[in-house]
Design a protein around this ligand. Structure first.
Ligand SMILES: Nc1ncnc2c1ncn2[C@@H]1O[C@H](COP(=O)(O)OP(=O)(O)OP(=O)(O)O)[C@@H](O)[C@H]1O
Ligand SMILES: [Mg+2]
Length: 268
């Protein structure tokens, strides 16, 4: 079995506070999991606020260096990537999807500019013509249910939140990555559009063979779309397994409480 991602006993400790109030926070503790290159899947990471999900994502994306353990992407240590060229090659394979699509785009800049710039950055060699760049951008937009004709010349506020999040996902697809790391990608999107976005993740997994790490508070979408789930609490994975099996029949008290919180209407 060849692994696209191997997270091996990873931990991250932050030092918070000043000279007199200095304290260490173990944001991630001894987390291990892997993703199989031949069997693309959506792995959901679920847990309450502060459980270490974004810290884990940042380490997978090479933005934070683990304090302990290591993360291998296609066999290479992510933390050992130092050169610009190495970083760029890595980013072509592993792309983030941000929480707030309005943060991913400057409000004063037309969204197609970003898409063209990303394509120009990643289309290499003799194919780097205007036509090749536009073709690549259009292909990525079609993957998310849009077209270049629909977004050409538009400013971010001229697209709906759902369209803008799709455009952000299209931008992430331009380098033809193998892994998407989506940290709360639907939490800023209107509830009625969430299912459409997570369905899109499912389609990208099936059509493009993309592996996706889907970080969310939303057990409903995690249940619906993910193949596997990790439940995190205070930096640790407390439960893991096939998503439906875990959520149908959670074993750990925290997982049970998490599920109860979703099922119990809050009239408070
Ligand atoms: N750069 C940092 N410096 C210091 N402490 C940090 C830093 N980033 C995160 N932390 C701490 O690490 C812990 C985990 O934070 P993290 O952002 O990973 O949680 P999360 O699960 O993503 O939460 P949320 O659901 O609110 O996004 C928290 O206690 C947080 O305060
Ligand atoms: Mg977070």
């Amino acid at each position: 079995m060849s692994l696209i991602l191997d997270v091996d006993h990873v931990g991250k400790t932050f030092v918070q506070g000043g000279l007199l109030s200095r304290r260490e926070v173990e944001a991630v503790r001894d987390v291990s999991f892997s993703l199989d290159a031949e069997r693309p899947e959506i792995l959901s990471v679920v847990g309450e606020s502060g459980s270490g999900k974004s810290t884990l994502a940042a380490m997978v994306l090479g933005r934070l260096v683990p304090t302990r353990g290591r993360i291998l992407f296609e066999g290479g240590d992510v933390a050992a990537i130092r050169s610009r060229a190495g970083r760029r090659a890595f980013m072509a394979r592993v792309q983030p999807v941000l929480q707030n699509p309005f943060e991913a785009f400057n409000p004063l800049k037309r969204v197609d500019r970003y898409l063209f710039a990303t394509a120009a950055n990643f289309v290499v060699g003799g194919g780097r013509t205007r036509a090749a760049i536009e073709e690549r951008v259009d292909r990525a937009l079609v993957e998310v249910g849009l077209t270049l004709a629909e977004v050409r010349g538009r400013f971010p506020h001229e697209l709906s939140g759902g369209q803008l999040q799709r455009t952000a996902i299209a931008r992430a697809l331009i380098p033809e990555p193998r892994l998407l790391v989506a940290d709360e990608p639907v939490s800023m999107v209107d509830a009625s559009l969430r299912m459409a976005i997570v369905n899109l993740f499912g389609a990208l997994r099936d059509r493009l063979g993309l592996s996706i790490i889907y970080i969310t508070h939303d057990l409903a979408t995690a249940y619906y779309i993910s193949d596997r789930i990790l439940i995190m609490r205070k930096g640790e994975v407390v439960e893991r397994g096939a998503a439906r099996a875990v959520l149908d029949n959670p074993q750990h008290p925290y997982s049970i409480a998490l599920k109860q919180a979703v099922l119990t209407p809050d009239f408070g």
